[in-house]
Design a protein around this ligand. Structure first.
Ligand SMILES: [Mg+2]
Length: 335
């Protein structure tokens, strides 16, 4: 038994339908399962979100059951949660619930509690999933994508050039490309980028599998656009290798496992003059509001995941033409 405060924990699953089928190079879905972790101290409570679940379903259910059996009156320390060796998305749900409760106890906003000066409003990109070749334009017009000042497009190895060219025909702002590890060699990536001449490409995100380190080394030297790591960066401390292989990193709370680790990744990247994007999974405005709280020293934002839900459950963030601000809430505010 810990000597820390007595806490009661619970985890609840919700399934939420999406506005459209979300397809990337690794799979597709029309609804998402989210888990909400709640911690209570008798007077106050904190809630954290778990999204982007990649763990096997049964294994994940077992983890939740084990946590529910064990957590009450045991889990009360952020640093200690790391020792449980949980998948980072679950670790984030738990650690962020506790961080939110600790901030509330002090009467501080989350940003103040974490020692961050957020820069709101932030400007997010909106992402196009992988679509059949004849549907890119329909999607663009249906969701009024010309209102956004930057777009991101998901590509796979099938027709990546065609979908980008179709988008660039109707959209003149900068375009981010995310291949989710779809290409195999640096030459394939260079050839792909070479066919997009004249298009304002802001960067390419994780074009090849994370294991292809030699290919990334060659790509970084030769690429005409910045190359950002997404899947390559999980919850590790950023090491020198990232500096050698990438121009920048995509930090996501659900990958980092805690606010503290995400901030560590951002600060190390900036110390090395690397570009930093703050990204997200398909997640509710609870996760998005948390990311906005650590928006200091970030170059790019890709925090549109909450906009994909038919009915977003928390309503903590307001969006207007890609500009995100907080709604009124003491935890998610700038103080
Ligand atoms: Mg990505």
């Amino acid at each position: 038994m810990q000597n820390g405060p007595m806490y009661k924990w619970s985890i609840q699953q919700v399934r939420l339908p999406l506005k459209f089928t979300w397809k990337i190079s690794k799979g597709e879905s029309s609804e998402k399962s989210l888990f909400f972790v709640k911690v209570e101290d008798g007077a106050r409570s904190g809630m954290g979100e778990v999204a982007g679940i990649t763990t096997d379903k049964q294994q994940f259910a077992n983890l939740i059951e084990q946590f529910n059996d064990f957590a009450d009156d045991h889990v009360s320390d952020i640093a200690e949660i790391r020792n449980y060796d949980l998948p980072p998305h679950l670790e984030f749900g738990i650690s962020s619930a506790l961080t939110h409760l600790e901030a509330e106890k002090k009467g501080h906003s989350l940003s103040r509690h974490l020692g961050v000066q957020p820069s709101l409003p932030i400007t997010t990109s909106f992402s196009l999933p992988i679509l059949p070749p004849d549907q890119t334009l329909d999607f663009f017009y249906k969701y009024n994508l010309d209102q956004y000042s930057v777009l991101k497009i998901k590509v796979s190895q099938d027709n990546p050039v065609q979908s980008c060219l179709q988008l660039a025909e109707v959209y003149k702002g900068p375009i981010r490309i995310d291949a989710n590890e779809a290409f195999q060699t640096h030459n394939e990536v260079l050839d792909f980028i070479g066919q997009l001449k004249g298009i304002d490409i802001q960067f390419v995100e994780q074009p090849m599998p994370r294991q292809k380190k030699k290919e990334y080394l060659k790509l970084k030297v030769a690429s005409p656009v910045p190359v950002l790591a997404d899947e390559s960066l999980q919850n590790q401390v950023l090491d020198e290798e990232f500096r050698e292989l990438f121009h920048g990193i995509n930090v996501k709370l659900m990958k980092a496992g805690s606010y503290q680790r995400a901030l560590q990744q951002i600060r190390q990247a900036k110390a090395w003059d690397m570009q930093v994007m703050l990204g997200c999974m398909v997640e509710s405005s609870l996760g998005i509001a948390g990311a906005m709280a650590i928006s200091q020293d970030v170059d790019y934002f890709d925090l549109d995941g909450f906009l994909y839900f038919k009915n977003e459950p928390h309503n903590l963030v307001t969006e207007n033409k890609g500009q995100l601000t907080y709604r009124q809430n003491p935890l998610f505010s700038v103080d």
